[in-house]
Ligand binder design. Structure first.
Ligand code: ZN
Length: 475
């Protein structure tokens, strides 16, 4: 029997507001332990929460970017639970009335464009952090009360790759809107996954397990791959899948049971009595809508329509806000969009990947890339030389004309000079001339290579081909 996976994700994103959700404390990451706190975020008796308006702004912005309905009347709820890192023993969150609902994200999969539906986005507070040293545990409350949005999808993903692509797209959208800094290594973007399997073609859902707290795209994909295979093997061996919470152990490469359903919590939700209803009116929503930045999908479409970029290039460049900004600045400097895109998709991304660097780390300016392209188009340097100049620009941040001038890399386009080199190379390689006369066309390629080498890559390739053809026929 063939199985298919059914995957839904729950993603927590810390919002980029300056202050916490219910008090004025800073949300800044790190800092001396327990210095970013006050009675409210420490959960001291009698302290009253006051909702930070910016949190609602950010959550609405995320909702609009993710094609959601914004719900005009919602309330905060208490989720009762013993949290060692939350002294109130409850979390203030939203329960039956999430601020945003029924959205979607479009993901380009192997089978074409696919809509992954979003069930809800609600706002809530983050908990503190437990620190363990030897036998002792300590709590740092700096993170306690940092605003979060939880984004819950419908179980629309069918493979670990799809889940990963969705998560990457979601991160890109949150970064474009500046709703969250999405720093996974600092925990500002975290992902839980619900996963089950069923016979392919079946409409019913299998028993699902939940994998908690995956903090990288790779971890999400690997954990899902492992878990799906584990479930399929269990079913094939006649075992039953039990509903449980698991975690991904990176070093072991497997998911491990954290708790089973029997220990599941009853959260006893009820409306937060210390807080009034949250009422959002049309003006508030319109105001945020009118200040929305261009989102990755809109940008991608514009690049294809206005610049004639291939879909693949447009998708890669717009996936990163910074890369798109670099591209647009280059275009604004008068460069040909397609040539710029070719360079970005080629040398730029290849070098960045090799060095594990980001586009924001590069020393040269978008205008310098445009100048480099112009040097090639004007015939001042060849493509081969341009790659060397690029490597130098990348290393030093120097302007391309300067590098060309300092290193004497100007292309030789003087017919006489090239003809001399051609004849010298022909003199040295009588065997190749013989081969050519006998119909071995490969000999030409070899000779061109020798000529380019003799000119240190500076000979104009079109002229080399033309003059070689002329001279070899005279022999
Ligand atoms: Zn506080």
């Amino acid at each position: 029997m063939e199985f298919e996976a059914v995957i839904g994700l729950e993603i927590h994103a810390e919002l980029s507001t300056k202050s916490k959700i219910f008090c004025g404390c800073t949300t800044e990451f790190g800092g001396e332990v327990n210095t970013h706190c006050c009675p409210v975020c420490l959960g001291l008796p009698g302290a009253l929460p006051v909702l930070n308006k910016a949190v609602v702004d950010y959550a609405i912005k995320a909702g609009i970017a993710l094609n959601c309905n914004i719900n005009k009347e919602t309330y905060m709820a208490r989720k009762n639970y013993f949290y060692p890192d939350a002294p109130k023993n409850y979390q203030i969150t939203q329960h039956e009335t999430p601020l945003c609902s029924e959205g979607f994200v479009e993901v380009e999969t192997e089978e074409g464009l696919k809509k992954i539906r979003i069930e809800r986005i609600h706002i809530e507070e983050d908990a503190g952090k437990a620190l363990h040293e030897g036998d002792a545990s300590f709590i740092d409350f700096n993170r306690s009360g940092v605003p979060l949005i939880e984004i819950v999808t419908r179980p629309d993903m069918r493979s670990p790759q799809e889940a990963r692509m969705f998560f990457e797209k979601l991160r890109s959208i949150l970064l474009y809107t500046e709703v969250s800094d999405c720093k996974m290594q600092e925990g500002s973007l975290r992902c839980d996954a619900n996963v089950s399997i069923r016979p392919k073609g079946s409409k019913e859902f299998g028993v699902k397990t939940e994998i908690k707290n995956m903090n990288s795209f790779k971890a999400l994909e690997k954990a899902l791959e492992f878990e799906i295979e584990r479930q399929i093997n269990a079913v094939r061996n006649g075992e039953r899948i039990v509903q449980e919470t698991r975690r991904w152990d990176e070093s072991k490469g497997q998911t491990i049971v954290m708790r089973s359903k029997e220990e599941a919590h009853d959260y006893r939700y009820f409306p937060e009595p210390d807080m009034v209803y949250l009422v959002v009116d049309d003006n508030w929503i319109e105001d945020i809508k009118s200040n929305m930045p261009e989102l990755p999908d809109q940008k991608r479409k514009r690049y294809i329509e206005n610049y004639n970029l291939p879909e693949y290039d447009a998708e890669i460049i717009t996936a990163s806000k910074e890369l798109a900004a670099f591209f647009e600045e280059a275009v604004a400097n008068g460069g040909n969009p397609k040539s710029i895109s070719n360079w970005i998709m080629g040398e730029v991304l290849r070098t960045l990947n090799d060095r594990e660097m980001e586009i924001t780390d590069v020393k040269f300016k978008p205008a310098d890339l445009v100048k480099l392209i112009e040097l090639v188009e004007k015939g001042t340097i060849s493509n081969t030389i341009a790659k060397k100049v690029f490597a130098d620009m990348f290393e030093t941040g120097k302007q391309p004309e300067k590098i060309v001038e300092e290193k004497g890399l100007v292309q030789i386009s003087d017919e006489g000079a090239i003809r001399d080199i051609v004849n010298k190379v022909l003199d040295e390689n009588p065997q190749s001339i013989e081969d050519f006369k006998n119909g071995k066309t490969k000999a030409m390629g070899f000779l061109v290579g020798q000529i380019m080498k003799a000119s240190k890559g500076k000979a104009n390739p079109q002229l080399v081909n033309k003059l070689l053809d002329e001279e070899i026929r005279k022999r």
